[in-house]
Design a protein around this ligand. Structure first.
Ligand code: G3I
Length: 318
């Protein structure tokens, strides 16, 4: 049977997964499948600020470096995740009493140091992650509050200076749907492009839940971004459900994955389709949404679910 990465290669697209570094270290099946099935990887947590600079000026890239080395050994490209976010910030940063000018320097330094550290080894960077609310307004965060909306353009400029060859992405969830949030991201991307800010793409996370229905019109939505001259990518696909799973829910889940992948396949410059983990054995979902889960392509014992078959089939069909 051909692997997902072999099938995707025919579609000028990379297929990826987020990687949980403790699973990669401890679980041989997990490690084997990660290497065999995927042609790009994203660190689920280990490139986030709280991990790489736990104390001010004390850097720890060890786990992230391990993933980058794993990727190189397996012919995989790396999505860097993520430089500017409101979450998983180190406590020295969130509790420190910094002036706007100090904070701007801190952010500049974080972006510069991190991007330089991995220079030449990151394919796509999620430069700014989740900056919008669902109603299309900018999310209240330490960055917006202290630096104003200009922090977004600055982040892209600084990242580009540090590694001119990395593809720079804005990444968000709930923008698969048409509505105020995807309109706001489109508007931002258009303005950044018009101002010559070095943005290369927009990432659609793709965290779906079958109880909310599935987004229609995805290919048309992707096309709006492509018209701006941007790459697109599905960056964090998973499709959760209220437990217990049953055949009908699993079939709807498969349809959710198919929709996300199909939109990517129909979009000329959609360059990668990444799932946020590939097995129900390790998933962020049950810890955050009580009573929900079973969101991934393989079950807890690495058994193949209908969603995996749907992804295989969609990749074979093009
Ligand atoms: O590292 C600590 C560990 O020391 C401690 O013992 C343990 C106890 O809870 O927590 C560990 O940190 C956890 C971390 O994952 C690493 O496993 C955090 O509590 C936990 O909150 C954190 O969750 C991550 C979440 O982002 C944080 O917001 C998830 O694994 C990760 O899948 C999730 O990923 C995000 C993307 O980055 C952005 N888009 C949404 C997506 C899903 O929420």
């Amino acid at each position: 049977e051909r692997t997902l990465r072999q099938l995707a290669a025919d579609d000028r697209l990379r297929v990826g997964t987020a990687v949980d570094m403790s699973a990669l270290a401890d679980d041989t099946d997990y490690r084997r499948i990660t290497g065999e099935q995927f042609s790009t990887v994203t660190p689920e947590n280990v490139m986030k600020w709280e991990v790489i600079e736990p104390q001010r000026g004390v850097y720890d890239y060890a786990a992230a470096d391990q993933l980058v080395a794993f990727a190189a050994r397996h012919g995989q490209k790396v999505r860097g995740h993520t430089l500017v976010w409101h979450s998983q910030l180190p406590s020295w940063l969130t509790t420190g009493d910094f002036t706007a000018q100090e904070l701007r320097q801190i952010l500049h330094r974080h972006i510069t140091d991190t991007v330089r550290h991995f220079k030449g080894r990151i394919w796509q960077w999620d430069v700014v992650n989740e900056a919008f609310n669902d109603d299309g307004t900018l999310r209240d965060s330490i960055w917006l509050r202290k630096l104003g909306p200009g922090y977004i353009a600055d982040a892209f400029r600084w990242a580009h200076e540090a590694d001119p060859h990395a593809k720079l992405f804005y990444n968000d969830y709930n923008i698969e749907w048409s509505g105020p949030k995807s309109d706001a991201v489109l508007d931002l991307a258009g303005r950044l492009k018009a101002e010559g800010v070095p943005i290369d793409g927009v990432g659609f996370q793709g965290h779906l839940g079958i109880q909310y229905g599935l987004p229609g019109g995805l290919p048309e939505n992707f096309a709006r971004f492509e018209k701006l001259g941007l790459d697109t990518a599905v960056t964090e696909a998973d499709v959760r459900m209220v437990l217990p799973a049953d055949d009908e829910k699993l079939a709807t889940q498969a349809e959710g994955y198919r929709l996300l992948l199909d939109a990517c396949l129909r979009t000329r410059h959609c360059i990668s389709f990444t799932v946020w983990g590939f097995t129900d054995r390790y998933s962020w979902v049950p810890g955050v949404f009580e009573g929900e889960g079973a969101a991934n392509l393989l079950d807890e014992d690495y058994g193949v679910k209908p969603a995996f078959r749907a992804v295989q089939k969609a990749l074979s069909g093009h």
